[in-house]
Each structure stands twice: as C-alpha cells, then as structure tokens.
Design a binder for this molecule. Structure first.
Ligand code: PRX
Length: 573
C-alpha cells in the first residue's frame, strides 16, 4: 500500500533525513539553547518566551463530561511554578529526590509532573488503578519521599505507609472533609497560587528526570531511570513521526501511569508548544468520537486495543460524527493488525501509522513516517539516528531478510534509560556485543521494514500494557488457598493478550467457580484490573524443570496452540 507524500510533512524527504541525520544535530534543528536542559522549563517558560503564553496548552474534560477546563501555556507555567515552590520550599524536597504521582487523569497529574521536573525532582508516575501491593512494589524501592495523590486514592497510600518508610509527605488533591493523618498535606490547583517566576533547576543532560517501572519475566518490576537529556529525541519524534503542527489539537489517549502518557502525553507535545486534549474518562466509544469532533482533534495517538474496539463499533458509528479535522493517526503499544490499518483508511480516510518503542527506549525508535510507503502490519523503519537489527541466539546480527531474531538497538540514543534503579546487574544483562536487547522478536524484510513476531520472554502484553508474571505469581501465593502458580499470556480478540493463571491448591481447598472468582478479585485489588487473571485453571501440579523452575513456556504454548518444543529438561521426563 503506498501513501502519497503529505503536502508538507515536518520531516520532508525522510530518505534524505535518514541518510544524513545524527542526534548531535537535534538541538540545532529544534532551535534550542545549548545550556538549558530542564524538561519543565522547555514545556513552560520557553514556550511563553516565544510569545505563546496565551496559547492553549491543555483542554481537559472530566470523567462525567460535565466539566471542561482550559489552561494556557502561561497558566501552565505559573501553576507548575506553584508546584515547584511547594515541593521545594514548603516540603523541603531537594533536586534528585523522588516524588511519586498517583492520580487519575486530572490536571494536577500533568501540571504536578512539570512542576517537579522544573525543581529537579525525579517524578515517578503510578497507574491510578494500582492496588496496594503494586504501589508498594514501586514506591518502596524508588525511595520516594513524597507522593501526589487525591482523596479517592489516598486510602491505598495509607495502607502502604508502613512498608515505605522513606515516604514523608502524602500530598492530597481535593481532600474535602477528609481527616488528615500524619504526613498528609493538602495541595491542588484550587489552593495553588499561580507563581510568576520559579527559576528552573539547572539540571544537566544526565540529571534524573522520570522513573518508570516496567515488568520483566523475573523479579518485581524494575525502575527504568530516565534523564533530562531525553528531551531532544522525544521532541523530534513528536515532530517528525507524530508530525504535529502548531495549530494542531493533539490527543494522546495513553495514561501517564505508563511511559507513553508521559513521553507523548506531557513532554513531546508541550515542549513543542502544541495544544493537547486530555480526557479523564477511559475508552467509551461515543465519548471518544464526540471528543474528536467537538475539540476538533487533528492528531491522534492511540493503541491497537482501542482501535480494535472502535472497529467492532463499525464504520456506521464513525459516520455519526464529523471527524473531518483528523489529519494524522498513529498507534503504539502492541502489534497493529493489518486489518486495523485498512479499516482506519475506510473509516477515517487515513491509516494509523504504527510506532514501536519501549519504556526503556523512552521515545519512538521504529516507525512509519509520513510520506513513507506503509506496509500494513509492519512497524516501519528505524527513526533517523536509530540503528536497529535482529540478532541470532549468539547475539550476532542476522543479515538474511525474513529471518526472525531478537530485536536490538545500538546504544546510545538520547532518550535511552540510564539504569534499572539500583539493579545494575539487570541493566547490564540488557546489553550484549554492543547491542541493547529489547526482549522482542522481529524480522526485517528485503526493504528494511521491521515486522514484530512476539516477545522473547514471558511478559504479558494486555491492551498495550506489560504485566510481569512474577508479580502476579507472588501476589497469588499470598492467597490462603494457593500452593503454587504460573501466570501466562492467553490470546484475546480485543486485548491481544490477557492473563491466565494456573493454580495448584493447598490441601483442604477444592477447585470451584467461587474460589476462582475470589482469587481473581484478590489480584485485582492487590495489583490492578490489568494484572487480574481472566481465567484460572486449577491443576494438581505445575510442569517444572529438573531444577524446579516452573515452565511457563509449556503452559503458554498450550494456550496459543503452538508446538511445545524441547521438553528435555522437564522434571517428569
Ligand atoms: O513488546 C513490545 C510492545 O510493547 C513493549 C513495550 O512496552 P512498554 O515498555 O510498556 O512501552 C509501551 C510504550 C511504547 C515492546 O517491547 N510494543 C510496543 N509497540 C509495539 C509493540 N509491539 C508491536 N508493535 C508495536 N508497535
């Protein structure tokens, strides 16, 4: 399928760009000063200094659709300043201290992050649906001294206070008549006094900025540590891959609890002075279409699960709305099915452009750029400045087209994570022969296009969100009836994958539908709705290697109807 070159894409001739671009040119292309690196400053002060203070930065619609708030860049700047002052002067936080953010998609979430970054504080976004255990597994190891939260969620924070002794300040938005406990303090936009000036902390490119926890196969989630020097890549990919324009109304549907919602729901658009929409509500088809129509969204960055749900509603539903302002669509988080690309052309008149990246990469690495020939189902080509390959099991680049291997990237790149927080050996294990190992499998075709094959590990991708089997299995073990368990991915039409748990019960417990529901709920509350198994299969025992390791691979293969492969290390052989 060939796409006509859009009249004026930001990147222009992407082939020429690819040929002569390297990251050292990024700041100059963006017209940025060489001596300022603070992300918070770029997203607020710089835009105002350019005379765009009156431009809308944020259009926010409440979950019930009843309230719409609008913030100009100057308001964003002054409120971010108020947060920065509050963190530093009122609470005594210092640059480099960590502040967790545990909020629903309310303006405080976005503006609080900017305020923290301006003050040099490391921000740690948490998904608002996290239960106590998921929260403690991230806030605890991060050493966070403060957490921004809201009335509705603060009860979960209260439950983990004793497990996270470093946490000194719980900052509650809209507490209402809540009786405050020790260490709790009220601060939200309603009490924040806009502050004209706050000198952005003079960070370097290597100063810590955001800590994003992500799941692996083994152990609890790891904190991918990002730095302020990530910004040129986040901005340039927003400009060239998401192709934003100054008069855009941009909507990234991702929650800032995940990396997409920060890299492209805070940093990318605001560092370029773009107006963005935030919907507090989650996916509701009519609300989404109405928002696209009413706010005149022009650039829409979403995810395959949402697109599949929209496809189910059909083209007729699209016709009920005027979506003629849409100019560019992009997708991330999971494989974008070829049918979804074709469907979106029928439904919206333009295809979704797939982009690939990860928490660790901090920004888009492989993508379909405007003007490129899109091959439906392919992730596209490496972004200018990115060197990618696929590797053999011996970590050698595969030169033959069409042969799958582990997708790998050549470090460094600006938005690359700098460590797994306090886990140096896990970080080191991600690099082999000078390549960063992504944990994904892919192949490259004759024309250099990348095609996603699947994960190279046991991580489960449900609706674009990674969940780690270890975290689920640990939580399962805390249930009184569970002797041992294994969590694996099971195919799902909408979410691509959902969690399925195999559970062996302790003596005295009998499998039943009631027990299944009880265990599911237990996980939902402890971790999150995404980590909750959609199905539990009770088994007498789990397949293990002779050394006692549970073989999730076997259980997963059964779910996917795949060949089981080598079972020679199995204990029962
Ligand atoms: O497996 C890939 C899948 O999501 C993983 C990264 O997830 P996370 O670190 O949570 O970051 C999400 C924000 C980018 C990848 O290793 N993934 C991401 N994008 C795609 C994808 N799989 C296929 N196609 C994509 N476009």
């Amino acid at each position: 399928m060939t796409q006509p070159m859009p009249a004026q894409s930001n990147i222009g001739d992407h082939v020429a760009r690819r040929a002569d671009f390297d990251w050292s040119q990024a700041r100059e292309i963006l017209g940025w000063p060489a001596d300022q690196h603070n992300i918070g400053w770029y997203c607020t002060d710089r835009i105002c200094e350019q005379g765009l203070g009156d431009k809308l930065a944020l259009i926010w619609e409440s979950s019930d659709g009843q309230t719409v708030k609008r913030f100009t860049y100057d308001e964003l700047r002054q409120l971010a300043n108020a947060y920065a002052k509050f963190f530093t002067e009122d609470l005594g936080l210092k640059p480099g201290d960590v502040c967790a953010v545990f909020l629903e998609r309310i303006p405080e979430l976005y503006i609080g992050i900017l305020g923290g970054l301006k003050a040099g504080i490391v921000m740690l976004p948490m998904f608002s649906a996290f239960g106590e255990e998921a929260l403690a597994a991230r806030v605890g190891p991060s050493g966070a001294k403060a957490i921004l939260t809201q009335r509705k969620l603060c009860f979960r924070v209260r439950k983990i206070r004793e497990q996270v002794p470093d946490l000194q300040h719980v900052i509650i938005a809209e507490p209402g008549d809540l009786e405050m406990q020790d260490g709790e303090v009220h601060f939200d936009l309603a009490v924040a006094q806009p502050l004209g000036e706050f000198a952005a902390y003079p960070v370097t490119e290597e100063s810590r900025s955001l800590l994003h926890y992500t799941s692996g196969t083994t152990g609890q989630p790891k904190g991918a540590q990002h730095v302020h020097g990530s910004l040129p890549q986040q901005a340039l990919t927003t400009l060239w891959a998401l192709d934003v324009r100054q008069d855009d109304i941009y909507w990234c549907t991702a929650d800032p609890g995940w990396v997409t919602g920060v890299s492209y729901g805070v940093i990318g658009p605001w560092s370029l002075g773009i107006t963005q929409l935030v919907m507090e509500c989650g996916f509701i088809v009519d609300r989404w279409y109405k928002a696209l129509q009413e706010y005149g969204v022009t650039m829409w960055y979403s995810a395959p699960t949402a697109i599949r749900l929209l496809m189910k509603e059909g083209v007729d539903k699209v016709k009920e709305y005027d979506l003629s302002k849409l100019r560019h669509l992009a997708s991330v988080g999971e494989p974008l099915n070829p049918e979804a690309v074709v469907w979106s052309e029928q439904a919206y008149g333009i295809p979704f452009y797939d982009t690939w990246w990860q928490t660790e990469t901090g920004a888009i690495q492989i993508c379909n750029l405007p003007g490129m020939e899109i091959k439906a189902g392919s992730m596209g080509l490496p972004f200018p400045g990115v060197t990618a390959t696929v590797l053999t099991d011996q970590f050698e680049p595969i030169t033959e087209p069409g042969v799958s291997g582990q997708l790998a990237l050549r470090p460094p790149w600006p938005s690359m994570f700098r460590e797994y927080y306090k886990e140096p050996s896990k970080y080191e294990s991600k690099f082999k022969n000078g390549w960063y190992l992504t944990g994904d499998r892919a192949y490259i075709d004759e024309e250099g296009y990348y095609w996603f094959k699947g994960r190279d590990d046991d991580v489960i991708n449900t609706g674009g969100h990674l969940v780690g089997p270890f975290e689920i299995e640990s939580a399962l073990l805390e249930h009184e009836a569970v002797a041992e368990s294994a969590a694996v991915a099971k195919p799902d039409d909408e979410m691509m994958e959902v969690v399925k748990a195999f559970v062996a019960l302790k003596p005295g417990f009998e499998p039943s539908r009631k027990l299944e529901m009880q265990i599911m709920n237990f996980i939902r509350k402890k971790l999150s709705p995404l980590a909750m198994p959609q199905e539990i299969e009770f088994v007498d025992k789990l397949p293990k290697t002779r050394s006692g390791k549970i073989m999730r691979r076997l259980l997963r293969a059964k779910e996917w109807g795949e060949e089981i492969g080598d079972t020679s290390t199995l204990e029962d052989d």
